[in-house]
Design a protein. Structure first.
Length: 479
């Protein structure tokens, strides 16, 4: 006993391990760079709406062309998500990120110097395709760097920092466009993306994940220490991965959740919310935008708290899945309820309660990161990037599909001659349906396939016989 105490005392005198401290600083730098890149991705999502009037006037385009240009970002983003996940698994996430940032940088510069609709449209496609390579690699890096019982907290912070771009990319972007013009503002974004590209490339060449970067309890999730073993899987592993995805009930449910929740959120926050409030409440654009901004603020405030709470409950109960699903279902239920007064009581709430209700909507929407945590823990690290990519692509498809449906309903209601309140109120019913579907999907998630307390288990999910062979398919992926 005395010798053991002497050893502890000797270790205490030595102080912290310099190598471990260096790796921790490097980990923080990697996380900061990925968060900055994800932040810029959200800035690009909303930047077009800020400069739409100037863009339409200079390029001589109408609202239809502007709508197509806006959707080009999300279509390109969704189309490249499968490739991003596969490339992250094969070559490593920190190789994919700077390459994708370079593509987004090229698209931004192309858009800034465009003199025609075709060039601007091509630039938006490159921006969407390039910036699609941030989130999935970022989640994979978080998985590699942090313990399993901290994943939800760190991922929640990552999502919050990214969504800050959607909030700060409105008013500051409007001021920047007024001062430097829409071309100058996008040129500045291009400069920032250029700097991020270089920094990420330098870090990617210097950083390699080490087993000591994580806690010992997370060793099962480290997978391959280098991207080489991922490349060795080849075409056979890719086919086995696709089979595994098709037979995974939870993956389908989380994908439905992401499609419905993010699609309905984007329909209001990203397109129809401001016209809705301006038409019903008879307020100016700035006041309407401030109200819609409450959704983003709620998301930013609550996303880290939701992750922290999920991790805390997971450590206390020893069941990560139940902790995450419970919080996900409760938050999504609150999100779905906020659509009821918007649809059935249009204009009945004063602006103060409306601000509060939209803030609650953001609080409920912020739990979406838990869906990625649930999916990530079901798969071996070699295919975790592909799994989260499959889920993320469904959220982008939802963002591309639901807003146009609402727009068609508003157009038909206006042609029918109904009042503004009825037109905007009733036309948003797809968002309520989507919110309820997202809540049901969260409730139907089954236990038994998510690891607890940092240990990875690949077990059969509860469900019908259709999903009974998933363990055998997973073995094909692992071997």
């Amino acid at each position: 006993m005395a010798s053991t105490q002497a050893e502890y005392a000797a270790r205490a005198k030595i102080g912290p391990d310099p190598e471990l401290e260096r790796r921790r600083r490097q980990r923080s730098m990697v996380f900061a760079l990925l968060s900055a890149a994800y932040f810029m991705s959200f800035v690009q999502r909303v930047a077009l709406s800020v400069v739409a009037a100037d863009l339409a006037e200079e390029l001589h385009i109408g609202t239809v062309e502007l709508g197509l240009m806006s959707s080009a970002f999300f279509v390109a983003y969704a189309a490249t998500q499968p490739a991003v996940g596969i490339l992250s698994d094969l070559f490593g996430p920190m190789i994919v990120v700077p390459c994708c940032l370079c593509l987004g940088m090229i698209g931004t510069w192309m858009f800034a110097v465009s003199r025609s609709m075709v060039t601007a449209f091509a630039g938006r496609i490159l921006i969407g395709a390039g910036l699609s390579g941030i989130f999935i690699p970022g989640v994979k890096v978080i998985t590699m760097l942090y313990d399993a019982d901290r994943f939800a907290s760190v991922n929640g912070l990552f999502l919050a920092l990214g969504n800050a771009g959607a909030v700060l990319g409105t008013a500051p972007m409007a001021w920047l466009a007024s001062a430097a013009g829409w071309r100058g503002s996008f040129a500045i974004i291009g400069v920032l993306l250029s700097i991020l590209t270089v920094l990420c490339w330098v870090v990617s060449r210097a950083w390699r994940p080490q087993p000591t970067d994580r806690a010992p309890g997370n060793a099962a999730q480290t997978g391959c220490p280098t991207p080489r073993c991922g490349r060795e899987r080849g075409a056979a592993r890719t086919l086995a991965t696709l089979r595994m995805f098709l037979h995974d009930r939870n993956l389908w449910l989380v994908s439905l959740f992401m499609f419905a929740r993010y699609g309905s959120q984007t329909a209001f926050q990203g397109l129809w919310g401001i016209p809705h409030i301006m038409s019903i409440y008879r307020v100016g654009r700035q006041q309407a935008a401030a109200a819609v901004m409450m959704i983003g603020l709620g998301y930013i405030v609550n996303a880290p708290l939701v992750g922290w709470l999920a991790d805390r409950l997971s450590r206390r109960t020893g069941d990560a899945f139940r902790a995450r699903r419970s919080i996900l279902a409760c938050a999504t239920g609150a999100y779905a309820l906020t659509w009821i007064p918007i649809i059935f009581l249009p204009g009945r709430l004063s602006m103060g309660p409306l601000y509060g209700m939209l803030f609650v909507m953001g609080l409920g929407a912020s739990s979406g990161g838990l869906g990625f945590a649930i999916v990530k823990d079901q798969y071996p690290p070699e295919v975790a990037g592909s799994a989260t990519s499959a889920v993320n692509i469904m959220s982008i498809i939802g963002a591309s599909a639901i807003p146009p449906v609402v727009g068609v309903l508003i157009h038909k209601a206006s042609q029918a001659g109904v009042g503004v309140r009825v037109a905007y109120g009733l036309s948003l019913w797809p968002c309520l349906v989507a919110g309820v579907c997202a809540w049901l999907a969260a409730m139907l998630l089954t236990s038994g396939s998510v690891p607890t307390k940092g240990q990875t288990r690949l077990v059969e999910p509860v469900g019908s016989r259709k999903f009974s062979n998933i363990n055998a398919i997973r073995q094909d992926v692992l071997h």
